[in-house]
Write a protein that binds this ligand. Structure first.
Ligand SMILES: *Cc1c(COP(=O)(O)O)cnc(C)c1O
Length: 405
């Protein structure tokens, strides 16, 4: 094992503190009859003992249970757990990952403010920024990778936020989070990162100097492909506009039942992530030995320079990555995907089930060519099935490609 591998793969890469936080073993069970699973406080409304109590509560709206668009104990329990995992003062949950992304951007940007999108950012987040530019006069620029000199060049007097994702969507490129955070803080710019891919178990951006962390809890955090949820974790001060404007007024809050399923998912996050990581590495190593595959994109197979950055800011990997079938067109992609039996065709990721998809939909090849995306690109989300079954499934798909039509 190389030093890189052993640093990332020692079994202790999920800290005991994170195990405790995820498991909930320190919950106050007495508060609910000793039940090991917390109750779902399935209510929109909290009634008050008398009118004076109501008046007092309304004065402290952000801390009292009044109405579930503000605070709900089940949602709050999930929020506290996420805040602890990311090492942040405050967390707020939203009805989806996009709800969390829009809460951050809309909550912190005003008309005329400039935002820098760094590295390959989740497509709908870019669409959101473009729509805000069109409708509400926000300005934006895109820096396609983590080149700090280029980011510095693009900073303007009205730059309010640097928004990034690392590893980046599709390209899986890793950016130097400490360097970006330090550049931004030098200019008084807020930094926000979508930390969905590594989860807080394998990357803690607040500890690297980032200001705001965003999650689509729909993916690994909930982990069972059965809810939509999002979260924002930051300090109390930066949470204020997110809480008062985005959460309370825009109103895309998380439902108590979804929060309960999220809490349930978090209990097994550490062992699920280890399973995803182990399976993904086995599949990656297998793919890497094939000569009908190229450009496998996963931090496990990063360049030496990137590996240096990875060692400084990540402690493990998840199971989403892409690779290219050599000399492939839409029909090859279709044959390959349809030959899979275990890998299901689907666009999300982070669940127990393995998934396969391609950006090549046949009718969009011109757009793919224009944006430099290979026609043979395949994206896999590696689930928790025995790895021999996954490799066997892919092997059959490669064989199907070679069969005469
Ligand atoms: C899925 C996803 C989102 C959006 O989350 P939803 O819960 O689907 O709204 C945001 N960022 C990344 C990286 C994602 O994969």
């Amino acid at each position: 094992m190389t030093r890189y591998e052993s640093l990332l793969l020692n079994n202790g890469n999920v800290s005991p503190e994170d195990y405790v936080t995820c498991s909930g073993i320190n919950e106050n069970h007495e508060a609910y009859f000793g039940a090991v699973a917390p109750p779902i406080i399935q209510t929109s409304l909290f009634v008050q003992a008398n009118y004076q109590q109501y008046c007092d509560d309304m004065q402290q709206e952000t801390r009292r249970y009044i109405y579930s668009r503000g605070l709900n104990p089940t949602v709050q329990m999930a929020e506290e757990r996420l805040a602890r995992l990311e090492g942040g003062e405050s967390a707020r949950c939203f009805a989806s990952g996009m709800g969390a992304i829009s809460a951050v951007i809309i909550g912190h940007l005003n008309h005329g403010d400039h935002i820098l999108l760094v590295n390959q950012v989740y497509g709908p987040a870019v669409e959101l920024v473009k729509a805000l530019a069109h409708k509400y006069g926000i300005q934006f620029d895109v820096v396609p990778d983590g080149d700090v000199a280029l980011i510095a060049q693009k900073i303007k007097p009205n730059t309010r936020m640097i928004y990034t994702e690392s590893p980046g969507t599709m390209t899986m490129k890793v950016v130097d989070l400490r360097a970006i955070a330090s550049l931004a803080s030098h200019h008084g710019i807020i930094t926000a990162i979508d930390n969905t891919w590594p989860t807080p178990l394998y990357q803690k951006p607040l500890s690297l100097g980032f200001d705001i962390v965003i999650h689509s809890c729909t993916k690994y955090l909930a982990g069972h492909s059965d809810i939509l949820a999002g979260a924002v974790i930051t300090c109390a001060e930066l949470m204020e506009p997110i809480r008062d404007f985005s959460h309370q007024l825009l109103g895309g809050v998380l439902a108590p039942f979804s929060a309960w399923l999220l809490l349930r998912g978090l209990r097994t996050l550490p062992i699920r992530m280890q399973a995803h990581q182990q399976n993904a590495i086995a599949v990656l190593e297998w793919l890497n030995r094939r000569d009908d595959v190229e450009n496998i994109r996963h931090p496990w197979l990063a360049s030496p320079q990137e590996k240096e950055i990875i060692r400084r800011q990540m402690s493990g990997f998840s199971g989403l990555f892409s690779f290219e079938l050599k000399h492939a067109d839409f029909h090859d992609v279709k044959r390959f995907i349809d030959a899979c039996r275990v890998f299901k065709v689907g666009c999300s990721w982070g669940g127990y089930e393995s998934l396969i998809i391609s950006p090549n939909r046949g009718y969009n090849q011109a757009a793919l060519d224009e944006s430099g995306i290979s026609r043979g690109l395949i994206r896999l989300s590696i689930g928790q099935e025995p790895v021999s079954i996954l490799i066997n499934d892919l092997d059959n798909a490669f064989k199907a490609l070679r069969m005469p039509i």
